[in-house]
Design a protein around this ligand. Sequence first.
Ligand SMILES: [Zn+2]
Length: 308
Amino acid sequence: MTCHFLPLKLSHFILVTTLVLTSIADAQQSGRPPFQHYYVQGNVHMFEPANTNGNPGALVGDDGILLIDSHFDFSVEDLVASLGEVSDQEINFVVNTHVHPDHIGGNNKLAAYGVTILAHDSVRLQMLEDIRIPRRGGSYIPAPDPAARPVITYSEAISFHLNGEEVRVFLAPPAHTGGDSFVYFMGSDVLHLGDVFRTNMYPIIDKHNGGSFHGMIEAMGLAIGMAGPNTKVIPGHGAGPSDREGMIIYQQLLFTMRDRVKALIEEGMSVEDIIAAEPMADHDERYGGIPSWTSVDVIPIIYEELLE
Ligand SMILES: [Zn+2]
């Protein structure tokens, strides 16, 4: 299962292309590294990209690196360079938490270096066709190269046993997509929730790929139920690690959105009326600042599910 035949030494990967050096230089000029490193807890690290896209996590240790999400194709070298600053071990495995390109985009390059890719069954199926991205009203990217597909898939749950701990990967209720993996690093007491949990914007419900707003409330309840007072949580998007309290705040946001839209439906409003009424205006400063997905995008999804 490890990549003895094509070992990926991080220091080698860094030198692969001058493009890497160029992109690092660009990011340094903007004052932020391509990936901000956070030591989370135990053997787990988080890497927050400067562009607010998906947050990879990593379990590091003498047995090698287990990476959670591979970010974009164009930025995976930067991610590997950041990993190289915390460990000189090989990347042995990547788990894709779901199908979006800021979580699977680096698969192709990592697979070429012998990294074994794992995801839920449905992620592999979704990667056989063009992938729809929900932001900005929806768009498609071409189906990923066959080499980028997960070589190990699971239906309910699967565990890694490495670096002295068990890492449990399991299917969340349909939430952000229909194939969201939660990852629990049991020894380190760290959760990586993929894009089911984000601290910087309203929930994205990817209906095309099987997501559900009601399911997102359920999934957050499941994660909150698993967490103890010392559990750290890596959000799919947002600055730095969070915790049980942060998840409760986010679940409360979901309840607030649901209850406010429901109340306006009961007043007889159409979805257009509800959007015009700006029922989440008091939360927009914190959660509505990323133009590609605002309350205007998510309210119709909540509305539809409440009418079902
Ligand atoms: Zn996503």
